[in-house]
Design a protein around this ligand. Structure first.
Ligand SMILES: NC(=O)c1ccc[n+]([C@@H]2O[C@H](COP(=O)([O-])OP(=O)(O)OC[C@H]3O[C@@H](n4cnc5c(N)ncnc54)[C@H](OP(=O)(O)O)[C@@H]3O)[C@@H](O)[C@H]2O)c1
Length: 319
């Protein structure tokens, strides 16, 4: 039987050594760019070998775009789809003691500058996204930015999208649905946060589907918070439930969490944030899990308020 793959690969964790998540592996050893790149290529190779064809990247992910561009030169496969973004610049220079890791700037100048590099991802580039669109940056009201993105879409025949983060993501999505360029809706791809703890997307996902917009899920494992840990005793019941289901289906907790996202909002892809080969294999087991309605309802009871979810996320360290 052919199993449909629901997993795409996000490259945030393979492009920079530090990232916001609950790191289970020690990351204090000295950074070697060569070793880091080799490991990233191994992850890309494994993902490809196992059938993953959707890759998400960004200039804000350190050297992820560069690694991906080099790796793509070894591929002659038109079924590969790459999505990248603009709006964040990586500034930590692989320094484990860096205080500032990235700078967000939703200006036309930054857009033009990052586009110049990112367009080298053609012919694999399918989607160009605003990285973390929020109401605060005013990016959805910036007519110069909207026009530039509209022209990219026309000239290069690619999809324009945005990624959403934070307690107001639903508000941002609703606003983005109404943004048009020359009478046509601008945004075709919505990369949004959804997981067992943050289920706010449920209120707008049916509308996205109905309007034929693409939906990509990120942060499916809540930055690692779904895994048992002393740091989050308030999720003990969820962790026990996940362990029980994982045992029943003979997979890891990650596979249950990824399949929960797929079954709940029917996205085009759920992103895996794997930074090592073993996690690719484990994450892909999500494809083989069939969660029943009872299991889905049991998991969905663990949703938290968006305010609590994002407050906790913003307190997570870069590690
Ligand atoms: N647009 C945005 O603003 C934005 C924000 C976040 C993410 N993204 C995209 O989404 C992608 C996915 O990243 P994510 O943050 O959503 O990551 P994620 O996949 O939700 O979570 C990664 C966490 O899960 C852990 N993990 C994964 N598989 C595991 C396994 N089999 N066993 C144990 N632990 C496992 C990782 O552990 P380790 O730390 O040990 O690896 C890490 O702590 C990113 O690469 C990026 O492309 C976009």
């Amino acid at each position: 039987m052919n199993v449909k793959n629901i997993i795409g690969l996000g490259t945030a964790a393979i492009g920079r050594p530090l990232y916001i998540n609950i790191k289970q592996k020690d990351s204090s050893s000295k950074f070697s760019r060569q070793q880091f790149t080799d490991q990233a290529v191994q992850v890309l190779d494994r993902a490809y070998e196992r059938g993953i064809r959707y890759f998400d990247t960004a200039p804000g992910y350190g050297i992820a775009e560069e690694i991906l561009m080099d790796w793509l030169l070894t591929k002659n496969d038109p079924s590969i789809e790459v999505a990248t973004k603009w709006g964040y610049t990586y500034v930590a220079n692989f320094d484990p003691t860096a205080v500032v890791h990235e700078i967000k700037e939703h200006s036309l100048t930054r857009l033009k500058e990052q586009w110049r590099t990112s367009k080298n991802l053609f012919p694999f580039l399918h989607t160009y996204q605003i990285h973390s669109a929020t109401l605060e940056t005013g990016v959805l009201n910036n007519q110069e930015v909207i026009a530039f993105l509209g022209e990219i879409k026309k000239q290069h025949d690619i999809q324009i999208g945005l990624t959403t983060t934070g307690a107001s993501q639903v508000e941002v999505i609703k606003k983005a649905l109404d943004v048009a360029y020359e009478g046509t809706p601008l945004f075709e791809v919505f990369q949004c946060t959804f997981n067992i703890l943050d289920q706010t997307l449920l209120t707008v996902a049916p509308k996205l589907r109905k309007q034929g917009r693409k939906l990509i899920i990120k942060e499916a494992m809540a930055n690692g918070r779904i895994f048992p840990s002393n740091r989050f005793p308030h999720y003990e019941l969820l962790h026990k439930t996940l362990e029980r289901m994982a045992n029943q289906h003979n997979v890891g907790i990650d596979a249950i969490a990824l399949q929960f996202c797929a079954a709940s909002v029917s996205p085009d892809w759920v992103l895996s944030g794997a930074s090592r080969v073993a996690h690719i294999d484990e994450n892909l087991l999500a494809n083989n899990v069939a969660l029943g309605q009872e299991q889905l309802s049991e998991l969905s009871k663990h949703g938290t308020s968006p305010e609590a979810y994002w407050k906790e996320r913003s307190a997570l360290p870069w590690n």
